[in-house]
Ligand binder design. Structure first.
Ligand SMILES: [Fe+2]
Length: 250
């Protein structure tokens, strides 16, 4: 659990066989919360909120992949929560039902957003970033000094770009923008726990040690992501210097 002075807390649970993180953004003033990417044994997070007397009012999806959404239905049965995702991700999900994405029945009347939108959980404001690359409508949720990043950015890693809807060049531009625009102190909360020694990190550490933030040219990034990375690295991920990343694509 992470507490701060900003009037909210972020709780995380690592659930399921793929090291997924499910998050709860708890607004203290209203004692309401948003659950992010409800999946796997989501009842553990639902029970945690119930025991604390926290009302879950919203479900935030970073993207539509099954390992981030297979607890949506169960969450809706437990609480009357409103689903949020990007409009472009809903379209992608509807067009690719054969890829076992978010079941259509689960996204009845979601609130569809665009990058740059803001909304509130109680008194806490959440900014929505459109971060395509892993999927066309991937989103990151930015609240205070925290970033819930889904499968866009991991601690010393980034999401795959070889699945349906993935695009490594888009990912390059997404990560470049994040590197440039997010304050160095921003705390990263990834969608998977691929660096169990340090499940969270900050952008400063990522800018210095995340290989995917080291490349200056799109072609170099694409080569590293699509041809090199999976052959030379596996989780748990550790920091990589810029020199090491550049040497790897020679
Ligand atoms: Fe994913």
């Amino acid at each position: 659990m992470q507490k701060n002075q900003s009037g909210y807390s972020i709780h995380n649970m690592e659930l399921g066989p793929m090291e997924n993180f499910v998050y709860l953004i708890h607004d203290h003033a209203s004692n309401t919360a948003a659950i992010v990417d409800p999946a796997w044994e989501v009842e553990e997070m639902l029970n945690f909120a119930e025991k604390k007397g926290i009302q879950i009012t919203d479900i935030l999806l970073t993207h539509s992949h099954n390992d981030h959404t297979n607890g949506v239905q169960q969450t809706l049965e437990h609480c009357d929560a409103q689903i949020h995702l990007l409009k472009s991700e809903e379209k992608f999900s509807n067009d690719n039902t054969h890829h076992n994405l978010l079941a259509k029945t689960s996204i009845d009347k979601p609130t569809l957003h665009h990058g740059g939108d803001q909304f509130k959980i109680g008194e806490s404001t959440i900014d929505i970033l459109h971060t395509p690359g892993h999927t066309p409508g991937s989103a990151c949720y930015h609240i205070g000094n925290d970033l819930i990043a889904g499968d866009t950015l991991f601690v010393f890693g980034c999401g795959r770009c070889d699945l349906a809807g993935g695009d490594p060049e888009q990912m390059f531009h997404t990560l470049k923008k994040m590197k440039t625009e997010l304050p160095a102190s921003t705390i990263l909360h990834p969608g998977h726990n691929y660096a169990p020694q340090a499940p969270t990190s900050d952008m400063n550490a990522q800018c210095h040690g995340n290989p995917f933030l080291h490349f200056d040219k799109p072609a170099d990034f694409v080569k590293y992501r699509m041809q090199v990375h999976d052959k030379i690295r596996e989780s748990p991920y550790e920091a990589v210097t810029k020199q090491q990343a550049c040497d790897a694509i020679k």
